[in-house]
Write a protein that binds this ligand. Structure first.
Ligand SMILES: [Ca+2]
Length: 311
């Protein structure tokens, strides 16, 4: 969407983000996921077609993800210790918010590794510069035993007896997120894959490589990971934007997914052939949600892109 912004010709133009070859990923994680058998599954979800809004009353968008997990040791999350949540969070499953159904729905194949732990559902948005979270729990949400065949356990957001941050069914809004202190928990590429791909797809591995483009939108999975877009939705894309700084000079701005294990390397080019890093540009600001830079090239035009590299 950003590469369709109106833009003066012959001055500077922008180019969608591109992606360079990446190191191969370990498949150990994927094999572990596929090994679950005879488990009591956990279905965790919110109801269809509800009003779900953030603290500014905007509907939740495709940047939202929901996570099922627990907090390590004896840590108990409260609205007063949100800045400490990330350090204690242990993710079990995750799923993307479905804008069309205005809900989230995940299913976790229980492997027995976390039996008895109190379960929480954490909603967050890594695209946002400020934190907006919701955290739900209920006294009955404890990870079940594995083994044997049993009906799935159902945990509905609307049944949560504890809303640690955010609000539930207040003022005509089903899920309401809240602006709080802190950073989302650190996300790696294999963990991110869980949000958007089924266990079967993870096992097959044909769509899930860093250089694969699962939705065919021209942006590799690694790029979608770096910018917190949805790799299964071709309409969900991000790119370098052009902006003006306070003195009127044209600068480039790249969004960045918060708390995401990826490195970004801005590049500029005079001609779309030769791409330069480092001394050919100046990084003006680098925050957890944005990278701001300008070209130092001579001449009256410059192009910009960002190289994405997984650790
Ligand atoms: Ca893509």
């Amino acid at each position: 969407m950003f590469d369709e912004l109106p833009f003066p010709k012959d001055v500077k133009r922008l180019l969608p983000l591109s992606h360079w070859p990446l190191p191969a990923l370990s498949t150990g994680f994927l094999l572990a996921v596929a090994s679950c058998v005879n488990a009591v599954d956990v279905q965790w979800f919110s109801s269809f077609f509800q009003e779900n809004r953030d603290s500014e009353d905007e509907p939740l968008d495709e940047g939202w993800t929901f996570h099922l997990g627990y907090f390590s040791s004896s840590f108990v999350p409260t609205s007063g210790n949100t800045a400490e949540w990330a350090a204690h969070w242990q993710q079990v499953d995750s799923t993307a918010y479905q804008v069309t159904g205005s809900r989230f729905a995940g299913q976790w194949a229980n492997d027995g590794s976390v039996t008895g732990r109190p379960a929480y559902i954490w909603g967050l948005n890594r695209q946002r510069a400020s934190n907006e979270w919701i955290l739900l729990h209920d006294a009955s949400w404890n990870f079940p035993f594995a083994g044997g065949i049993a009906p799935p356990v159902n945990w509905a957001a609307g049944d949560a007896g504890e809303v640690i941050v955010g609000a539930l069914n207040a003022g005509g809004v089903h899920l309401r997120t809240e602006a709080v202190e802190g950073e989302p928990f650190e996300q790696t590429y294999p963990i991110w894959l869980q949000t958007y791909f089924t266990d079967e797809e993870l096992s097959a591995g044909t769509l899930t490589g860093a250089s694969d483009d699962a939705d065919g939108d021209g942006q590799a999975n690694a790029v979608e990971f770096a910018f917190a877009t949805n790799p299964r939705d071709a309409a969900s894309r991000a790119g370098v934007m052009v902006a003006k700084d306070t003195s009127g000079e044209i600068v480039f701005s790249a969004p960045r997914a918060r708390a995401t294990a990826v490195s970004l390397f801005p590049q500029v080019s005079p001609d779309l052939v030769l791409w330069l890093e480092d001394s050919s540009l100046e990084v003006l600001a680098s925050s957890s949600s944005e990278l701001l830079f300008r070209s130092k090239l001579d001449g009256n035009q410059a192009f910009a892109r960002v190289r994405v590299e997984l650790p």
